[in-house]
Design a binder for this molecule. Structure first.
Ligand code: ZN
Ligand code: ZN
Length: 134
């Protein structure tokens, strides 16, 4: 916790200039990894499931919406494109898609293990602890 505060202090001044807040939860985007990069990994992971195409189709409107959003934002750490939604909100959305698609507990646990951006352990990682105790 101590370290986190120091990092926040150091980066405060140059972050002030740009719009950093997640459009979904309104929180500062601390780990800017854009939905494009996350969904690339997600689409790769879902390839082994028969629901792959359905998941991709359900994801597309959100991707379009994100990529049409014009705002000064933090650049993605991987591809440098602006990030408007924090990885936690985006993976929470993916999580609900996985559940909706009915991939099963094993797949859901695997998903949570791979795409875990819930660093504060306030969201879906509680579910992960419930399933497998990772
Ligand atoms: Zn968010
Ligand atoms: Zn990216």
């Amino acid at each position: 916790m101590k370290n986190k505060r120091n990092v926040a202090k150091q980066t405060y001044y140059f972050e002030k200039e740009i719009h950093n807040d997640c459009l979904s939860c309104g929180q500062d985007i601390k780990h800017p990894l854009c939905p494009n990069c996350i969904s690339k990994a997600f689409n790769l992971w879902t390839k082994k499931f028969p629901e792959h195409k359905m998941l991709k189709a359900k994801l597309n409107p959100l991707m379009k919406h994100h990529n049409h959003t014009n705002a000064k934002s933090k650049p993605c750490v991987a591809c440098q494109k602006p990030v408007h939604i924090c990885p936690l909100c985006f993976t929470e959305h993916l999580h609900s898609l996985v559940k909706e698609a009915g991939l099963g507990i094993r797949a859901t646990t695997q998903f949570l293990f791979i795409f875990n951006f819930d660093f504060e352990h306030t969201g879906y990682s509680k579910e992960l602890e419930f399933y497998g105790g990772y």
